[in-house]
Every structure is written in C-alpha cells, then in structure tokens.
Ligand binder design. Structure first.
Ligand code: PMP
Length: 431
C-alpha cells in the first residue's frame, strides 16, 4: 500500500504540531507505523491522501452512526451556513434540539449544550459538587471522561494507550478528591461510600465502557449503583458520550432501564460537529447559571451550524427507529462472523459486544474491568491492526478502544471485514 503522502505529511506535522497530531491516539503509537492523513470520507469509507480506501470501523470515534456525508446532515449544515456561522446569542434551533433531547433521553428534563464531551463531564461534576455541597466523586478505573484534570486518574482511552494514566500537570490537590473503584465492583464502591460518608457528590461512569475496549456491566451493577446513590444522597452520572443515541435512541439508560440523575453526551449529538451536552433532573439543572449559582458558559455553545447538524441527526434517529434494528443486525453479523473464524482457527480470544459496539481482546480471560482488559496481548493487537489496514479495514488504533459501526455497512463491507479478519488472524499467528 502506498502511503507516501501520509508519511510526508506526518513528518512535516512533527515540526508544528506536538507529535504531529491534535489528539494522541491518532499518532498510531500503540500499533506502530505512520498514521494515515485522511482527505475525505463517504458512507462506510475513508480515503487517505494517497487515495487508498478503507472501510471505517471508528466512525470518528462514534458520531458517524449513519456513515459519512449523510445527505440529510450535509444539507442541514450547508443550509445553516448560508445564514452565518456564529452569533453568540440564543437561537430557535437550540430550543428545538433541547426539546428533542428531552423527548429522547429518559433522564433528561433540561439540557445545556457545550462543545465537547470533556466540557460536558467537567461541567456535570462541577454541578454535582455545587448541588450537593460535597467535594469528592467516584470514577472507575479504565473509564475515560475526557481530559479534565479530575478525570485523568486511571483513565482509559488514549491515556492508557500513551502509558500516562496519571498525567503530569494534574495536582495532588485535584487528584485527592477523585476516588477510584474497579468497574463492575459494587462492593468496592459501597466501601468507598462508607469510608467517605457524606463527602461524595457523584459517581460517574460509562454505563457501558468503550474506553478500555468494550466492557459490559454485570447484571445488577448499574441498578446497585442507583440504589447506593439514592441511599447516600450521591448523584449518579452516566457518561453517555459514546453510548448516547447509539445503544438505543435513549442511550444505555434506556437499554438497561436505569435512570441517572445527570447524563453527559457528545459525538452523535453533533452529527460530526464539535458538540457535547449535559442534562438531567430539572431541580439539578436549575442549579446552573444564570438561574442557579454554578457557573458554566461557552462562546460557541449552541453554535448554529453544530445545532443544525445535530438536529438533522437526532431527527433522523427519532423518525427512523429501524436504524437501531439495522445496527443490531450489522453488529450481530460481524461478531458472529469473527467468532466463527476464531473457532475455526482454534483461538480462544475474548469478544465483547453490545449493539453497534464490539471489541476483540487478544486474551482468553473474561474482560470485566481494567485489570482483565490489560491482560490482552497489545503487541499482537498492533500486528492485527496493521494486517487489517493492509486489507482495507480501518480499526481503532488501540486495543483499548471499542469499534463503532454505522448503518453504511452493507453486505459487501461486512463480507470484506470478515474475510480480512480471518486472513489477518492467520497471517499474524502464522496459522
Ligand atoms: N466521555 C467519554 C465516555 C468519551 O468516550 C469521550 C471521548 N471519547 C469523552 C468523554 C470526551 O469527549 P471529547 O473527546 O469530545 O472531549
């Protein structure tokens, strides 16, 4: 495969951008080789600067749930652009998108738009602290909530991949208020609650973590957290930046029937534009400025182009519930196919799957938390990644990221992925 233009750009980029990229995981450090510089994307495909085509299994880390360049979203963006790109003043679209989110997401009665998932989680925890008058919060090892200081403690995603789970620059003062528990370990959370009685503002988690690879909540785990929070006056925050509008129209909370106090969202909600949001119960959200004392603001929040893209996306998902059936079918076909190949080749690697998210872990241990996820052979994953890329399939460049599927994957692409998977496994294991 000729990637000479990407190679030249990457080496040029090193001079003016730290590490040549604007977000660490893009540098392919965990899988080796040079990152591809992407020129355009359409439907299920990405095209690099050398005009190689790749079937997409990242989908911009989640948002492109309908594939790239979806005509309804493209049209909404172009139309909105004709009227100016930013006003810094209220717009009708913000009212419409807020009403749509309230209607679709079970826990949300009021919502505030921000510009990224990171802003959403930072704001939600600040709000929880302001509302409860407590300083501490619980997060789970291997969950990722963006790069806010308080979250960069045993964080997943790029933070694991780059081997810097505790980033320099995060002060010990900040870190001391972040309490850690292993994901899926309700007992550990109960002990934290007991040892810090009356001091914990919130428990924040990815209800279905995708940032240590995909991990599923054990039966009763989410429900157990809900009851503990009710008992102790702690706010439960679901970080649905990845799972929102993906695992169901109402996110993981709809799928599992557990209703958090606050929810953070991003990705799909902006239809590919930079957007995040946090929302929840009225009485809590009314604690936010200008009605309440907790300050949070944003010059570009509710940006008209971003709102137009997000509205077109949410309208489509709301009007086409069959999208979720399609995503289930695509997910099941791929996972069943990969499992079949594993069986055929006598391999006992672990797969996790829910709807349009899945992971293949290069370990034979059951993956239930950060520790078990880390038992994966990451070197082998790197080889698998390169073998798939060579065959035109673009996977997330880290073992510790979920794959994201889109409705643009049709028979042709599914068959291509499954064949590439079997060939790649044979190649890297010399079978
Ligand atoms: N929360 C979760 C669950 C995420 O997956 C991410 C990003 N992948 C974030 C928060 C941060 O979002 P952003 O990158 O938009 O700041």
């Amino acid at each position: 495969m000729n990637i000479s233009k990407s190679k030249t750009l990457f080496s040029q980029a090193q001079h003016s951008i730290p590490g040549g990229v604007n977000s660490p995981v893009r540098a392919f450090k965990a899988v080796g080789g040079d990152p591809l510089f992407i020129k355009r994307a359409d439907g299920a495909y990405l095209y690099d600067e050398d005009d190689n085509a790749f079937i997409e299994l990242i989908n911009s880390w989640g948002p492109m749930i309908l594939g790239h360049n979806h005509p309804e979203i493209k049209e909404a963006i172009i139309k909105a652009m004709e009227n100016g790109t930013s006003f810094g003043a209220p717009t009708a679209r913000e009212v419409h998108i807020a009403e749509r989110i309230v209607q679709m997401v079970p826990s949300i009665e009021k919502v505030r738009m921000v510009n990224s998932g990171t802003e959403a989680t930072m704001s939600a925890v600040r709000l929880a602290r302001g509302y409860t008058g407590r300083d501490k919060f619980v997060k789970f090892e291997g969950n990722y909530h963006g790069h806010g200081d308080a979250f960069l403690i045993a964080a997943g995603s790029g933070a694991i991949t780059m081997g810097a789970p505790n980033s320099p620059g995060v002060t010990t003062g900040t870190a001391k208020d972040t309490l850690l528990a292993p994901y899926n370990d309700l007992e550990a959370v109960k002990q934290l609650a007991e040892a810090n009685k009356g001091e914990i503002a919130a428990i924040i988690l990815e209800p279905v973590p995708g940032n240590m690879g995909l991990v599923l909540p054990k039966e009763g785990f989410l429900e157990g957290l809900r009851s503990l929070c009710d008992k102790e006056g702690i706010l439960l925050i679901f970080d649905e930046v990845m799972t929102g509008f993906r695992l169901a129209a109402g996110g993981a909370q709809e799928r599992f029937g557990v209703i958090p106090d606050l929810t953070t969202m991003g990705k799909i909600i902006g239809g590919g534009m930079p957007v995040g949001a946090y929302g929840g119960k009225k009485e809590i959200m009314d604690y936010v400025s200008p009605v309440g004392p907790v300050y949070q603001a944003g010059t570009l929040s509710g940006n008209p182009i971003a709102m137009a893209a997000g509205m077109a996306m949410l309208d489509h998902l709301n009007d086409h519930p069959e999208v979720y059936e399609q995503l289930e079918t695509i997910g099941t076909r791929l996972v069943t196919g990969v499992k079949k190949s594993l069986e055929k080749l006598g391999l006992s690697y672990t797969m996790t799957h829910l709807g349009s998210m899945y992971s293949l872990f290069f370990t034979d241990q059951e993956v239930i938390d950060f520790e078990t996820a880390k038992s994966s052979n990451t070197e082998l994953f790197g080889k698998y990644f390169q073998a798939m890329l060579k065959r035109g399939v673009y996977l997330p460049p880290s073992q510790f990221e979920s794959l994201f599927l889109s409705t643009a994957l049709k028979d042709k692409e599914i068959n291509h992925i499954l064949q590439a998977n079997e060939e790649s496994l044979k190649e890297i294991l010399s079978l």
